[in-house]
Design a protein around this ligand. Structure first.
Ligand SMILES: Cc1cc2nc3c(=O)[nH]c(=O)nc-3n(C[C@H](O)[C@H](O)[C@H](O)COP(=O)(O)O)c2cc1C
Length: 244
């Protein structure tokens, strides 16, 4: 257990893609998930449940399912962009984006139960975008998972999953079809040091009282910024460039 303040946790949390196989101390995963259930959710609908996968064979299979999904579906889509905007997480050869799941001692499957939409005030389902609250609920609890892991001296990886892998994951883990899986989170001890994360400066993103149009970015400026972002972040994208 570490002794980090809230702000230290926020600033030292990193999305980690390669882990040591070192075991997680007993009770830590439960502590992380106990924190996650305190996440805010629309009308307290608590759309989440969790499957904790510790079994090495299952983790390996999960990593394979997700790597295949990226290679088969993610790569062709990503390769259709202008090269300067491509993300290494879905370009050819970046299979290792999911190697974390294979090596980290535990992976948390964040389940979303869509039936919980009935808890949310009805107008949110009609007047917001489709399933907005449901997705925000899942995002909120996932964020707490990664922060709680960091508070305990561990780290996690936010691994997005798509429909193309969802059925296979449900079959592998015996998860009833009604649940949705948008994200899975390997947890463990990092196998490398991450540099401080890049973030846009506060002065660029905060507006007081009214939107400050001098800070408005045109679409072209946003696209140029994404290209610059790729140059900054790609060298730190820790993946193994071979099939997981
Ligand atoms: C909605 C969302 C989807 C993400 N998907 C992935 C993913 O599929 N694979 C991955 O390695 N990281 C994923 N991430 C993590 C981001 O890449 C990461 O947070 C970002 O690069 C900033 O790095 P940091 O978290 O270390 O500060 C995702 C994060 C969010 C919030």
């Amino acid at each position: 257990m570490t002794d980090k303040s809230f702000f230290e946790v926020v600033e030292t949390r990193r999305n980690i893609r390669r882990y040591k196989p070192d075991p997680i101390p007993d009770g830590h995963i439960e502590k992380i998930l106990d924190a996650a259930r305190y996440a805010q959710s629309g009308a307290n609908g608590q759309s989440w449940e969790f499957v904790v996968v510790k079994n090495a064979q299952l983790r390996s299979k999960l990593a394979q399912i997700l790597a295949e999904e990226r290679t088969e579906f993610g790569t062709p889509i990503e390769m259709s962009r202008v090269p300067e905007m491509r993300h290494l997480g879905s370009t050819r050869g970046a299979y290792g984006g999911h190697i974390g799941i294979k090596i980290a001692p535990a992976t948390i499957i964040v389940l979303g139960d869509p039936r919980t939409f009935q808890a949310t005030v009805l107008c949110a389902n009609y007047l917001s975008g489709e399933w907005d609250h449901f997705h925000m609920n899942i995002g909120n609890c996932t964020q707490i998972i990664t922060l709680a892991a960091c508070a305990l001296g561990l780290q996690g990886q936010w691994v997005t999953t798509f429909r193309t892998a969802e059925t296979k994951m449900k079959q592998l883990l015996g998860i009833p079809d009604i649940y949705r899986i948008y994200v899975v989170v390997p947890i463990g001890y990092p196998d490398y040091d991450s540099p401080p994360p890049y973030r846009r400066p506060l002065t660029e993103i905060v507006h007081y009282d009214k939107f400050d149009m001098s800070k408005y970015r045109t679409s072209e400026q946003v696209q140029d910024w994404i290209k610059e972002l790729r140059q900054r972040t790609t060298p730190h994208y820790h993946v193994r460039r071979e099939p997981a």
